[in-house]
Design a protein. Structure first.
Ligand SMILES: *Cc1c(COP(=O)(O)O)cnc(C)c1O
Length: 379
């Protein structure tokens, strides 16, 4: 027997009580029982999004809600500033271009964050930019971007909105949607929310809804206003993934019971332990400035084929982590500490990396990384 562990930055492990909730008989979505379920989910999502706004629910992978965050707010040939610190920033640029929007890209070297100053400069040079698109946590490199500072810049401009893909930030580290004035916040089910893939979310500010009125891009399934009208009646515009919403209720209860601050502290602790462990093993971190609490990206040491680490962890030890995406393929591996993850998941991952590296002929002293992790997890 080999026991499996899912430690990739999405999909993430599902808590047993969430699995159980999802296995209940299906209910119809236009009945009072579903509306009661939605009423609870609606309030719970506001807690995780740190907002008083309605949180829209879409049955889609996260990219569907990202696409909607372009098609609902902009018009053809609008200009939008696009922060590209990795694979998911590039996805924003691709969506913008496919709708005929002109992206003004602000790029970072992979592994680096993008300073707010670079965005201030881009805004100054492009006073007609209608929006700024960014990630709170760029999952492909393991770096966080300064949402709060960028929100302060965009707030001053009545004709520009800030759109944040917070898919690996929600339920991981603080993102004060209302307080900071983030106009559109996008989330997804299969990361910090401890659910299978299939749901995506969006919260929109007043300024965002004003931009909606002025926008003329085509939209149908991802029409945000249709979902706003529906959610106000504890409904969704189309047939939702009812089982996922049943699971979401349970996941949100777990977050509420633990307390959002404690959820953040747990992620922070697991992230610090993972980073310390990798360095104790003698490996280098890919994101040295502003590393994310959701995932740790580690450079593949010289002399080892990058894909071998991920494959060996999976095939020999039953542990699924992630390799690098795009041009980072083979150069980094990524260990998630995201969602339903606690200290012994970190220990498991670190021990398995030690075993894997040794197996691949890399000099490793067993226990060095594990000890470094334990010191942080128990301090
Ligand atoms: C996982 C992730 C996505 C995922 O999008 P899918 O459409 O669900 O594959 C988008 N953005 C970020 C930052 C992510 O981590």
């Amino acid at each position: 027997m080999q026991k499996g562990y899912l430690l990739a930055p999405g999909p993430t492990p599902i808590p047993p009580r969430v699995l159980q909730a999802m296995s209940a008989s299906i209910i119809h979505h236009r009945v009072p029982a579903f509306e009661a379920l939605m009423a609870e989910v609606r309030e719970g999502l506001k807690v995780v999004f740190q907002t008083d706004r309605e949180v829209l629910i879409f049955t889609t992978s996260c990219t569907g809600a990202m696409e909607g965050a372009v098609s609902n707010f902009l018009s053809r040939e609008d200009k939008a500033i696009c922060l590209r610190a990795g694979h998911f920033g590039e996805r924003w640029a691709e969506i913008l271009m496919s709708y005929g929007v002109i992206p003004v890209n602000v790029d970072a070297k992979y592994g680096d964050p993008i300073p707010a100053g670079a965005v201030a400069e881009a805004l100054q040079k492009n006073p007609d930019a209608k929006a700024v698109y960014m990630q709170a946590s760029e999952t492909s490199t393991g770096v966080t971007l300064p949402v709060r500072e960028i929100a302060a810049l965009v707030r001053k401009r009545p004709g520009t909105i800030l759109v944040v893909d917070a898919i690996t930030a929600l339920g991981v580290f603080p993102l004060h949607t209302d307080e900071w004035g983030v106009d559109v916040v996008i989330g997804g089910s299969q990361k910090g929310l401890m659910l299978p893939p299939g749901l995506a979310f969006a919260a929109v500010s007043e300024k965002g809804w004003r931009m909606f009125e002025a926008s003329n891009l085509p939209r149908y399934y991802f029409d945000y206003r249709k979902e706003l009208h529906a959610v106000r009646k504890n409904q969704t515009a189309f047939t939702p993934a009812v089982s996922l919403i049943a699971g979401l209720k349970e996941a949100l209860r777990m977050i509420r019971d633990e307390g959002l601050e404690n959820v953040f502290a747990r992620h922070d602790r697991c992230a610090r332990a993972t980073r310390a462990a990798m360095q104790a093993i003698g490996l280098s971190l890919f994101a040295t400035a502003s590393p994310s609490s959701s995932v740790t990206a580690v450079k593949v040491p010289d002399g080892i084929e990058g894909g071998k680490i991920v494959d060996t962890l999976r095939d020999k030890h039953g542990i699924t982590i992630a390799g690098g995406q795009g041009s980072m393929k083979g150069k980094i591996f990524r260990i998630a500490h995201l969602g339903y993850v606690d200290k012994f998941d970190v220990i498991t991952a670190v021990a398995a990396v030690e075993m894997t590296l040794k197996g691949l002929g890399h000099p490793v002293t067993f226990g060095k990384g594990v000890a470094a992790a334990m010191n942080i997890l128990e301090s």
